[in-house]
Design a protein around this ligand. Structure first.
Ligand code: NAP
Length: 267
């Protein structure tokens, strides 16, 4: 099996990267940055996002595992004192693959022949730099609402514990192939009205944001990436056909991770 260890770049993560690499080489596994079967991301959930984006072009062939050098994470759910157990399990190929849904976003810019396609593991957001964001929200081609406010977030189930949670969205189990739309400070009064609740859409639905005025400048984020865009015709979101594959070496149920991350790790 070919593997690659990605590091957050701090001293502790780099030391653990070197240690994991050495152990796995001792077990006769091969390092391959270009074509790994397994990527071990050392750092945090943020580092994990970077690692996954580097391999979006080979999701069918690469599985991921996260090792946290701070607190327990959602993607990075192994801790440094478990390295030996993890390395032995990797060397014996004793893992199962768990697939989670991703979000697909198509950005159509005026004058460009093809929409730009993006994949997100956590979420994609749209905000406006100055003033309120004003977009028509269409669901499956039908007008749903005119949104005015700070912005909108569309998240995956596994991203539901990230930005989405801070926006009051629901935590969604990643076995459900869905996407969730949450509002950022919508303006609601006698003139402007939005639904005000997060919306959870199934995998065969499409959600589209159409800016009222194309001369506006928007900030879009896709996980950790931020882009400034002009002349936006539309943004379209669906649950992606591609899925991310996690290498699972032990059972760690999602709701247990939620409890340990947000409530308490004492039982
Ligand atoms: P960052 O601002 O440096 O870190 C964002 C935080 O989100 C980190 O504590 C990270 O955990 C945590 N996180 C990432 N994915 C998560 C998940 N699926 N469930 C629970 N927590 C998660 O930014 P970054 O490291 O580049 O990560 C980008 C992500 O930050 C975005 O995808 C977005 O979800 C999140 N974000 C959140 C808010 C907010 O909550 N108000 C605002 C902006 C962005 P680690 O410490 O383990 O890395």
């Amino acid at each position: 099996m070919k593997f690659f260890v990605a590091s957050k770049g701090d001293h502790k993560s780099n030391m653990i990267k070197t240690m994991v690499e050495q152990y796995l080489l001792d077990f006769d596994l091969e390092i391959s940055k270009e074509e790994p079967d397994l990527v071990i991301s050392v750092g945090g959930d943020g580092t994990f996002l970077y690692s996954v984006h580097d391999y979006f072009h080979r999701l069918e062939k690469t599985a991921f595992i996260g090792l946290h050098t701070g607190h327990l994470g959602f993607y990075a759910d192994w801790l440094p004192d478990e390295i030996e157990k993890l390395v032995i399990a990797i060397s014996k190929n004793q893992f199962e693959i768990k697939e989670y849904p991703l979000l697909s976003m198509s950005l159509t810019i005026e004058g460009e022949s093809e929409p730009k396609k993006y994949l997100a593991l956590n979420e994609a957001t749209i905000k406006k730099i100055d003033g309120s964001l004003v977009v028509d929200v269409n669901i499956n081609g039908q007008h749903f609402e005119r949104f005015r406010g700070d912005g909108l977030c569309v998240s995956t189930p596994s991203g539901s514990t990230a930005y989405n949670k801070a926006l009051g969205g629901a935590i969604v189990h990643p076995s459900l192939s869905t996407m969730q739309v949450t509002e950022m400070s919508s303006i609601n009064n006698r003139v402007f009205r939005t639904i005000g609740s997060p919306l959870i859409l199934p995998s065969h639905h499409k959600c589209q944001f159409v800016p009222l005025n194309r001369d506006q400048n928007f900030v879009i984020t896709i996980d950790h990436m931020t882009k400034s865009v002009d002349n936006v015709v539309s943004l379209e979101y669906t649950v992606a056909k591609e899925r991310i594959r996690f290498a699972r070496f032990r059972s760690f149920p999602f709701w247990q991770r939620v409890r340990e991350s947000f409530i308490s790790d004492e039982y």
